[in-house]
Design a protein around this ligand. Structure first.
Ligand code: FE2
Length: 233
């Protein structure tokens, strides 16, 4: 019988965004730098809300260890000396797009779907399952995504290991390994009834589906310039 953690991981892996065609192309060096930057613009819109979700949950959950973890994670993200979202903008600039293009970029339909579903998760799910959706369904995916992209950034896109412009991707391998470990531990501790565990599984699956659709929107926009899926002709 698989452990709760193994089952959470299996649910996530059924539709892990690391397997999305957009990342397959990126890993193979088949995207232009500009196309990879368009991904980063949407990641900015997604993560901006993710940080708000962490702050919201920290305000709602009474347990000190959970609050501490959320503030610690948020503190890393919002480090005034090197905010993570600024690291992302540095990559976009290195790919040839203006820094301001990140804030000014359109919020694609899949990104908006992910943002809005995330806010519904905040208000409509038990917080224990919400944390599973956030930490395992969403955040833990980025670690595997970076493990796939970093070798490609070195091999196909001309960045050197440790180069400042790609630290967003390189540093998330270390930071997210720690975050993912602590996130899993908190979810295991507080999803402590069969009912909560069942809602946690469902929430992780829902998160992966929303994140996959977000990737679909990015694919059509970055590769074909499509803002939505209006049929042709
Ligand atoms: Fe981050």
């Amino acid at each position: 019988m698989a452990t709760f953690r193994e089952q959470l991981t299996a649910r996530r892996n059924q539709k892990h965004s690391k397997d999305h065609p957009f990342f397959n192309k990126w890993a193979a060096g088949e995207l232009t730098k500009e196309q990879t930057a368009l991904y980063c613009q949407q990641h900015f819109h997604f993560v901006g809300e993710y940080l708000n979700w962490m702050a919201y949950q920290a305000s709602q959950i009474p347990h000190r260890d959970v609050k501490t973890y959320l503030f610690e994670n948020l503190g890393d993200e919002e480090n005034p000396d090197d905010r993570h979202l600024d690291m992302l903008k540095d990559y976009v600039v290195s790919a040839g797009l203006p820094r301001e293009s990140v804030d000014a970029s359109p919020v694609l339909v899949g990104t908006e779907g992910l943002q809005n579903w995330g806010w519904r998760m905040m208000y409509q799910k038990p917080w224990q399952a919400t944390l599973a959706g956030m930490f395992i369904g969403l955040e833990s995916q980025f670690l595997d995504i970076c493990k796939k992209l970093v070798p490609a950034l070195h091999k196909h896109y001309g960045y050197k290991p440790g180069q400042r412009e790609i630290r967003f991707f390189e540093e998330h391998i270390g930071a997210d390994e720690i975050h993912a470990g602590k996130g899993f531990a908190i979810v295991e501790k507080y999803c402590n009834t069969p009912e909560l565990q069942e809602i946690a599984f469902k929430t992780v699956e829902e998160a992966t589906v929303r994140r996959w659709r977000y990737m679909n929107s990015i694919y059509w926009y970055a590769l074909h310039g499509k803002l939505d899926d209006t049929p042709e002709g």
